[in-house]
Every structure is written in C-alpha cells, then in structure tokens.
Ligand binder design. Structure first.
Ligand code: AGP
Length: 608
C-alpha cells in the first residue's frame, strides 16, 4: 500500500527520501515520487510509474533541497502513471502533497475547485488536497492553518505530508485512518508512514493519533488537533533490530522470515509461561480472573491470514477453556451491523496493526460498548492503541507480503490466551502442564520441519506445474488448509481451494482427477481414520496426494508425504502449517514469481 516519507534538516533531503521509499517498497506500490524545497528556487518534483530504482535514476544530481516529501503509490483513483504518481502540486506550484488513504468527496471538491479556476493534471483524489491547501494558503498565514482548513472540507481517510515553497522550513503532516510516524533526529526530523523507513536514522518516534496534525521543523515538532488545540506527545523507542529490515543472506524476506520462526516463537513465549501453576501470564490483558470468568463468548476479528490464525485461536479457546469462540473476517463484520454483547470478548488480530477493515471493526465494537483486546505485532500501531489491552506478538518486523512468522506467533499467542482462560475455568493442572511443555518444545520442532526445506522444494517444483491444488483438513486441520491455500495463491498465483476434508464428498470431489493434486493434513489424532478414508476416496479418482502427516500413510493412499513432529493435538496445527509455508515459497520460486512483491497485493491494506 502507499508509503510516505519526509525529511527536514541541514542535509540534502533526497538521499533519505529515496532510501526511505526503497525501505517501504515491500508494502506494494506501482509508482513513486519526491518533491524538495530549499531556501531558494521553489519546489522541484520528480515522479515516475514504476520502481523506486526508476525514480532514483530519473533524479538529477542538482535535485537538492533541505526539506522534502516522497511517496510510493498503490493505485486507487486512476491508473498507475507518471501523472497520477504523487507528489501533487497546485497550479502555482507552491504546495506539494503526498497522501495515503481515500478522499471520499473528491469528485465534489474537484468540481468546486475547477469552477474556481483550478486545472487538474491527474485523475487522483489526492490532487484536490493540493489545490485546496493552496487556496487557503493564498489567504496568508501559516501552512498548518491552511492544511487544517483544507482538511475541514475533506471526508475520508488520510495520512498526508505537505510542503510549501514559501515556508520551506517546515512540513505539515496529518493523520486520519492512515499512519504517520515522526522520527526525531539530531537537529533533523524524519516522517514516514511506517517505522521501517526510519530505523536507520532514529529510534525515537511519535505515532500521530487519528485527527492529529504536526508541524515538523528541523529542530522539533508541534502536534495539534484539527481544531488547533495543542497536544502533548512523548516519543517512544523502537526496539526492533535493524537487521530485520534486510534479507540477511536469504534470497527473499519470505524465506528469511519462515526460517526466523523458532526465534520469533521463543519471543512470543518469553516470560509468559508459568510452569509452577501450569498457566500463562499475559500482563497486557488488563482483565482480572473474575472479569475473565464472566466472559461467555469470544469473537475474533481479522483479515486474510490474521482471520485464519483467529480460526485456529478460536479452536484453541474452545478446546482448552471451553468458551464458545468464533473467528470472522473483520472486513465483513464491520459492514453487517453486528450485535455487540456485553459478555462477549472481542479480539482483533493484526500483524501490522494498520489494516483498515480490522481497525474499523474494532471501532464499531467500541462504539457499541464492547471490550476489544488486540493480538498485534506492531507496537504502538493504530489497532494496538484502539484496543483495551492485548498481547503483543514480539515476532519482529514482518516485511514479506505473505505473512508467516506473524501467523505462527499469533497462533502461539492464542495458545497462551487459551491456556490462561482454561486455567481460570476447568483446565486441570495436568492438562495445563501438558500444554506448557508442548509450547516450550515448539521452537525446536519448527527447526526440525525447516530442516526439510530442500525436500519440500523438490516436491514444490513437481506440484507447481498443476493448474490448481486442493487443500483439505478436518476440524483442527481445516484452518491450516485455508492458510496453506492462501499462501500458495498469494505468491505463486496457482489456484488453490481449501475444504474441510469432511465436505469433499458433498461436492468438490467432482473436481478430483489426475490433474488436480490434493495437499492433505493428516495428523495422528482422533480423526486419523476419517482422514485416511478421505485419502482413499481421492486416490480412487486418480487424484495425486501430498500428505502432511505425523506418520507416513500407506503408499496406496499418498504419493508423497512430509512428516512433521508431533506436539499435543491442540497445538499440532502450528507445526502442520510450516511445510505449507515452504511449499508455497518453493512453488513460487519454481514458477519464477517475484516472491517479495506479489502482483496486486500490498503488505498492509490501509484502505477500505
Ligand atoms: C497474509 O499472507 C496476507 N498478506 C494478508 O492476508 C494479511 O494477513 C491481511 O491483509 C491482514 O494483515 P494484518 O495482519 O497486517 O492486519
């Protein structure tokens, strides 16, 4: 999704802007641009359809200024083109604007501005902001007042950075639904829509709140509300390692993050297991035992892989705590006027903490008086701040568009939550100990699966040739199948269907033939026999089967098998999922896909 960077200080802004934009590339984009201003010479702009590298090649050596803004665009209004790329200027070329989000009343504003003489040079909603701010700036006064007045006429979501040729000693930024982070340097200031663009320059950051603006100068910043009341914000320190933002010798971020999982799971568990009382400590929940006992239902909300991780979480909560739990796509929940119950605990799941649909779902629950916890990776993100408490994953930054380590850590966080709930309800100390030991064993068991990467690569090359793939699993295996199919689709573009194994005979068995292979989750649990029967039904129709299992099925039932170590049944899905990550990765590599930049997708979906 779109990215914003800005710089103001004694140095030339352009190197930071280009490097910052390159750091945001992983979020997905189709064009990029920069604008700089200095003490003389107005605003210079360069923007191109294509990569940040294309932009860098297009920027001449004389393109210098001590204040600058930059943008990577992910098209929403108008095709990817040089003209539609940001920054956008007003006709006098006094004001330059970069914008993430969507201006809902752009058509109406465009008509009004056109009637007043503005000439539009792009199809974007953003350009209205440049003309609007310029119209107010022309009345005289401070840039921040012109930006406030302009935003007062806007309906929609935005993170913006505004540059004024006549006030080049500042950048004005604003946030409403799309993140803006200020980075505090030594006599210089940085701005970005994501901390990954800043961490090489500073660890001291301020996350703007929705409805907040800031005037950023080289020597500091002032934050204020849309009605001009000053706000007081304390910087926080980013504690993620800089190395997390490099591929560190791996071919792709995705492969690196898959291999980081033993460590990221250890961090999710760190300090949270209580062996003495066979439970988990989760300080961020902010709910005491009595409040927890009053919860009658759990509703988990997230999008895409976060939703599937929520499905695994719901099963863990039902199994260990015997509290009815259900996961729903936040993108659907927010539009269906949901009934919010006082004794239901709502849990929002998000790696980025920025996903607009999930944020909107949280806001809908809170508006109706519900209590929402967050299971979030990004500290200080919008969803984390909106929730009443929660669990941070501590998985480290996830750069790959395809979520892997955050997915796994989310399920581990749910296991901790389910254990904590369970021990407050009816989970016995013996069962609590069983889960505690199984959680402790997970990092080592994940390493065992990762050691099979080469064998899985060979299988992936063989299976990637198919026009499609079926993923099946029963009960605990079904969310694993869904996540496996999602991963394959996202990065290899191979069509994949996920079905509960039990549903196959109610319809999709018609698809099974020698041309459509099936990836089957076959854990050694109470449903093993049922799963083996399903494999028999597939083989009877000449279907090719790749089993992910604890024990190798008979050769007549599966063509290939990847063995995973056995955990406790409730936690087996976590380990069954790891080979599917590797399968998707290696299939995408075999098909020569751009694994870290899958087509049409963005890392964080910050628009509706
Ligand atoms: C995961 O591989 C996907 N890229 C996507 O489904 C993602 O999980 C979803 O958009 C939610 O993102 P979030 O966790 O940052 O909210």
């Amino acid at each position: 999704m779109c990215g914003i960077v800005a710089y103001i200080g004694p140095k030339d802004a352009t190197p930071f802007l280009l490097e910052g934009l390159a750091r945001l590339e992983y979020r997905g984009y189709d064009s990029a641009g920069v604008a700089v201003a200095g003490r003389t010479g107005g605003i210079k702009v360069r923007k191109v359809k294509g990569r940040v590298a294309d932009l860098a090649a297009d920027v001449p050596a004389r393109f210098k200024g001590t204040t600058g803004i930059g943008h990577t665009r992910w098209a929403t209004h108008g095709v990817p083109s040089d003209a539609n790329a940001h920054p956008h200027l007003d006709n006098a070329e006094r004001i330059a604007v970069v914008h993430n989000g969507i201006i809902e009343n752009a058509d109406e504003l465009r008509a009004r501005l056109t009637a007043d003489g503005a000439v539009f040079r792009s199809e974007t909603d953003t350009e209205v902001l440049a003309h609007l701010v310029a119209a107010h700036a022309a009345e005289g006064g401070e840039l921040e007042d012109a930006v406030r007045a302009a935003l007062g006429k806007v309906v929609g979501t935005y993170g913006i950075a505004v540059l004024d040729a006549r006030q080049p000693d500042r950048v004005v930024v604003a946030r409403n639904g799309s993140p803006i982070v200020l980075g505090i340097g030594e006599k210089e200031m940085f701005v970005a829509s994501d901390v990954s663009a800043l961490v090489r320059y500073t660890r001291q950051v301020v996350h703007l709140e929705d409805g907040e603006l800031a005037t950023v100068r080289a020597d500091g910043f002032r934050t204020f509300t849309e009605d001009a009341r000053t706000t007081h914000r304390q910087p926080s320190t980013v504690d993620w390692e800089i190395d997390s933002y490099d591929t560190g010798g791996y071919d792709h971020f995705l492969l690196k993050e898959i291999h980081e999982q033993p460590g990221s799971v250890e961090r999710t568990l760190s300090g949270r297991l209580d062996e003495r009382f066979a439970t988990a400590h989760l300080g961020g929940l902010d709910l005491d035992a009595r409040e927890l006992r009053e919860i009658r239902r759990v509703k988990i909300l997230g999008c895409g892989s976060a939703y599937y991780a929520g499905e695994m979480g719901a099963q863990l909560i039902e199994e260990l705590a015997r509290i009815p739990a259900h996961s729903e796509p936040a993108s659907e929940f927010r539009y269906r006027n949901p009934v919010i119950e006082a004794d239901t605990l709502y849990i929002a799941v998000s790696q980025s903490g920025e996903t607009y649909d999930t944020l909107a779902a949280v806001q809908e629950v809170k508006r109706k008086g519900g209590r929402v916890l967050g299971v979030v990776n990004t500290v200080g993100s919008a969803i984390a701040r909106e929730c009443d408490g929660g669990i941070y994953l501590h998985a480290g930054p996830e750069i790959s568009v395809a979520s892997t380590k955050a997915f796994t850590s989310t399920v581990v966080a749910f296991a901790l939550l389910a254990l904590h709930f369970g021990r407050i309800h009816d989970l016995s100390p013996a069962d609590g100990r069983r889960i505690v030991s199984a959680l402790k064993a997970l990092p080592g068991q994940i390493r065992e699966v990762l050691a099979q990467s080469e064998e899985i690569a060979a299988l992936a090359a063989e299976y990637a040739d198919s026009t499609g793939m079926m993923f099946i699993g029963r009960v605990r295996g079904y969310p694993v199948a869904r996540e496996g199919a999602q991963k394959l689709k996202e990065i290899s573009y191979v069509h994949a269907e996920a079905y509960p194994a039990s549903e196959l005979k109610h319809g999709p068995l018609a698809l099974i033939s020698a041309e459509l292979p099936t990836v089957a989750l076959v854990p050694d649990d109470e449903l093993l026999d049922k799963n083996l029967t399903t494999l028999g039904e597939i083989k009877a129709r000449s279907g090719k089967v790749l089993a992910i299992a604890h024990r190798r099925p008979e050769a007549r039932l599966a063509d290939h098998c990847v063995l995973v170590p056995k955990s406790e049944p409730e936690l087996d899905p976590l380990l069954l999922n790891i080979p599917l990550q590797l399968l998707a990765y290696h299939a995408a590599v075999a098909l020569k896909r751009d694994v870290d930049k899958p087509r049409n997708l963005a890392k964080s979906v910050t628009v509706e």
